[in-house]
Design a protein around this ligand. Structure first.
Ligand code: QUE
Length: 319
């Protein structure tokens, strides 16, 4: 159906899902989450559907996250049950993608953050272009890295996951492939041909489009990331960053100090705990955590400052 926020249709051998809310950078609302889930359920046992391909409309974003503005509205209205429904259905979709019996291919060309990571990284293939921009920025809105990333981030090389999850650091496409968030690096100019080839020939076509990766831009900081973010507490991460005495460490510290202090603490705990959980256990623990953190005043204030008013001046309590 044109005009709808998710367009799901058959194309050759694949089921194709288009996130079609480009003015909101394809941020996921509950209707979109339900539409994606319904499409996946419908294609699961369809013999002629050999794979699912998902991408974002508009050329700027795969998906910028969840419709956190609507969630804030529900929180402020005291609609705790509706908040719970949102996160429960979002995380259930993440689990469905991880367990999907057919290849699930995300074509990521643009912003892929938060909930966008959740509907891509659990799939078998994550193709990023040079325009891919990946992050888990939730500590800026006093949430925590969710959508199964408490499972995923601790499994990235070294302490990259703790670094990404606490600082919200943005990674370009090639860097995301180095980190293991993306599986293939393909120029955006090839995306249309790649999509057509997958529809005609299946997912084996992806490998033929993959290009070698340029240098990992974080390579010069990998040792410092492992030294600092491998610490046993948030306080220790801060003191190790202070001890580094480099421009990178000062910038990282300055960024961390703008985040909700409470959120940095609960995100640290959630990521350390997630290292020992299955994806399903991690998603269940995340759902439990959302019940508490969305009630903390920092959440409504963080979304206000970063998404609603965009003044980027959150007043955290405690500061
Ligand atoms: C931190 C975040 C998010 C954010 C900004 C942050 C986030 C999120 C959005 C977002 C983006 C576009 C939209 C929308 C929400 O912004 O998780 O409704 O249209 O979803 O600093 O974690």
């Amino acid at each position: 159906m044109t005009g709808s926020s998710v367009v799901a249709r058959r194309d050759g051998r694949i089921g194709h899902i288009l996130l079609n809310r480009p003015k909101a950078l394809n941020a996921l609302d509950l209707d979109m989450i339900r539409a994606i889930h319904a499409a996946l359920d419908g294609w699961r046992d369809a013999p002629s559907v050999h794979a699912v391909v998902i991408e974002g409309a508009g050329g700027r974003a795969f998906s910028a996250g969840a419709d956190i503005r609507a969630i804030r509205g529900l929180v402020l209205a005291g609609e705790a049950a509706a908040v719970e429904t949102f996160f429960a259905e979002e995380y259930a979709l993440n689990a469905t993608i991880a367990a999907y019996p057919k290849p699930y291919v995300a074509l990521i060309d643009g912003i892929c953050m938060g909930g966008g990571i959740g509907i891509s990284v659990h799939g078998r293939l994550r193709v990023t272009s040079e325009a891919g921009l990946f992050a888990m920025p939730e500590t800026a809105i006093a949430l925590f890295p969710d959508v199964g990333t408490t499972f995923l981030l601790p499994r990235l090389p070294g302490e990259l996951g703790m670094f990404m999850g606490l600082t919200g650091a943005r990674m370009a496409g090639a860097d995301a492939a180095h980190a293991g968030i993306a599986t293939h690096f393909v120029p955006r100019a090839d995306f249309a041909a790649l999509r057509a080839d997958i529809a005609r020939d299946g997912v084996a076509a992806v490998a033929g489009y993959a290009r070698p990766l340029p240098e990992f831009s974080l390579a010069p900081h990998r040792a410092a990331i492992n030294r600092c973010f491998g610490a046993a507490s948030v306080a220790e991460i801060f003191s190790r960053l202070e001890a580094e005495g480099t421009a990178w460490a000062s910038e990282t510290l300055a960024g961390l100090r703008t985040m909700s202090p409470s959120a940095v603490l609960w995100s640290f705990d959630a990521l350390r705990r997630g290292a020992g959980l299955s994806l399903r256990e991690a998603l269940a623990a995340e759902l439990e955590l959302t019940r508490h953190v969305t009630r903390h005043p920092d959440f409504a204030e963080g979304v206000r400052a970063m998404v609603v008013d965009k003044d980027r001046q959150p007043r955290w309590v405690p500061a």
